[in-house]
Design a protein around this ligand. Structure first.
Ligand SMILES: [Ca+2]
Length: 560
């Protein structure tokens, strides 16, 4: 089916792209399926009417005989006929506190006591009846109300369908618990030119602990990151019914010779396979130090060998991951979307400001990633003082955005920051919150300088701040992941020697550095125009050649 071809494969690809951690995400598992083959309803999966009885908030008595399975589909038949058992209490129903007669007959099924699900992808393929006054629905419930998820409701025009989460107002919920008279909802109706009674269409909801996303014909059209409200949902059972009247109004086009049919081709539910978190250490490629949890339960950079450097990475739905240090999750304080905002650790609440997209970087051994915060589209990077982790623009200090995921028992690569921007350990007071180097930089971007943010110079600016060292090669290497060679540098390896000719843009010569795939410098030479570098002592393998004069950077690769 299409979902498998598009959404699911995207999700699988996100997992599969990590041959190394995080590797645990193994995709979706089909946990419920009814294709409505055969000649009768499968009562191991469904109750043949509402589990609470044959009536609800509309004018039909929902009888088992109006639930038909034939020719590969379920048909709920709506008839202009008062059911003989629609007597006494069942002769009347209520919609919007108004009493209405139960003078039609229709069908409803639900999975209560047969199948319930918490989190997953719930989808069905349906064809709505054409008649006005009918209100087909595909929805979920738990004991008590609210909450309720509506995946499909068509009360009016056949060219729109409604979708909602109904919940209890959170302020009421936290103090009193669920209450129907404090019901609220989010969602809406999708309007387009597709007549949902002219053919079958797929309707789905994707549900995790923080987000509900609604799909029509395998395309996501609405998504709500609302963890507080969504947490009211416990395991849900599924309902398919054809209501008549009620919300659909009393102009009902069903006649004696034209019954209504709400058809279902199938109903399926997938769940993400249990996500076992990967245990890792997250090492800055630049500093060789790791993200750590401090004694104040904050996030910092520190010794990779410490127990406080142990993190877990848990795949969530989509491409999102959650990074935990013990019981606390990596988080953006104040849900800030500002560049330079210092990351910290908080209790998990499922918000997008706690969700991270992992982007594996090619050209490296092992798992080297950049990590993007979902809510801000900003990347996690080490600060130049090697103390903190901030979120920042995609093109800002990219080498500092590179992180190596190490398994707990994996050898920690020797720290080798030769040639990298030096660690400034002199700033210990509150001014260390800012990158003092950037203050001297008159060309820096002008952004907020409040204490929680860090000035963020661009890589090309870094040479200007370093007045103590004229060696321009101390510039960080901006982008090893996307090999850049724009200034015409050539590098050829021939029998133990690397012949480098630097590009014409490097008028005053350039520093040529050779780095291994870990990003560690193994050789450096200042070159005026060209040089033959003796690399016989290097181990066989791939290497980067980074050429820089502080203003321009070329990167080449060679294989020894
Ligand atoms: Ca079918």
């Amino acid at each position: 089916m299409k979902f498998l071809n598009t959404t699911l494969l995207t999700i699988l690809a996100a997992g599969v792209s990590f041959a190394e951690p995080p590797s645990n995400f193994s995709g979706w598992e089909l946990v419920f399926e009814d294709n409505f083959d055969g000649t009768s309803l499968d009562k191991k999966k469904w109750n043949p009417t509402y589990n609470w009885g044959p009536t609800h908030n509309h004018r039909a008595y929902c009888a088992e005989e109006n639930v038909i399975v034939s020719d590969g589909t379920l048909k709920l038949k709506g008839e202009k006929k008062k059911h003989p058992k629609a007597t006494g209490d069942r002769a009347k129903a209520k919609f919007n506190n108004k009493e209405i007669p139960v003078d039609y007959t229709s069908g409803a099924i639900d999975t209560k006591n047969h199948f319930e699900v918490k989190y997953g992808y719930i989808e069905g393929r349906f064809k709505a009846p054409w008649q006005k006054g009918t209100w087909p629905a595909f929805w979920t419930l738990q004991d008590g109300w609210p909450p309720e998820i509506d995946i499909l409701e068509i009360p009016a025009s056949r060219k729109q369908h409604h979708y909602y989460l109904h919940y209890t107002d959170p302020s009421w919920y936290s103090s009193h618990g669920s209450a129907w008279d404090h019901e609220a909802s989010f969602g809406g109706h999708k309007d387009d030119n597709t007549d949902r009674s002219a053919g079958f269409h797929n309707y789905a909801v994707e549900w995790d602990e923080s987000t509900l996303s609604f799909y029509f014909d395998d395309k996501k059209f609405a998504s709500y990151n609302r963890p507080t409200e969504i947490k009211q949902l416990s395991a849900q059972y599924i309902i398919v019914n054809l209501a008549i009247g009620g919300w659909a109004g009393d102009d009902i086009e069903i006649t004696a010779d034209k019954p209504a049919y709400f058809e279902a081709d199938w109903v399926r539910v997938w769940q993400a396979k249990p996500a076992k978190p990967d245990t890792v250490r997250i090492m800055s490629m630049n500093f060789g130090t790791c993200m750590v949890r401090t004694s104040e339960d904050k996030l910092a950079l520190g010794d990779c060998k410490g127990d406080n450097a142990i993190a877990t990475i848990t795949p969530l739905s989509g491409s999102a991951y959650r990074i935990n240090f013990g019981d606390l999750s990596l988080d953006t304080p104040d849900e800030s979307k500002d560049a330079g905002h210092t990351m910290s650790l908080y209790k998990w609440n499922g918000g997008a400001h706690q969700k991270v997209s992992m982007q594996k970087q090619s050209g490296y051994e092992g798992s080297v990633v950049r990590m993007k915060m979902q809510h801000s589209d900003m990347y996690l990077r080490a600060t130049t003082d090697a103390e903190r982790v901030v979120q920042s623009w995609e093109d800002d200090w990219r080498w500092y955005q590179m992180w190596r995921l190490l398994k707990p028992d994996e050898e920690i690569p020797a720290k080798d920051t030769t040639g990298m921007v030096p660690t400034d350990t002199t700033k210990k007071d509150s001014t260390s919150k800012k990158d003092s180097t950037s203050k001297k930089d008159s060309t820096e971007k002008t952004h907020s300088s409040k204490d929680s943010t860090e000035k963020a110079p661009t890589p090309k600016d870094t040479t200007k701040k370093d007045t103590s060292a004229s060696d321009t090669s101390k510039t960080a290497i901006p982008v090893l992941s996307s090999i850049a060679n724009v200034y015409g540098t050539t590098a050829h390896y021939v029998s133990g020697h690397l012949f480098v000719e630097i590009g014409s843009a490097f008028k005053d010569g350039a520093s040529v550095r050779i780095l291994d795939l870990q990003g560690r410098e193994v050789m450096r030479l200042f070159v005026a125009h060209g040089a033959a570098m003796d690399v016989r002592h290097l181990a066989p393998g791939m290497y980067h050649v980074a050429v820089s004069d502080g203003k321009h950077v070329d990167v080449k690769r060679f294989k020894k």
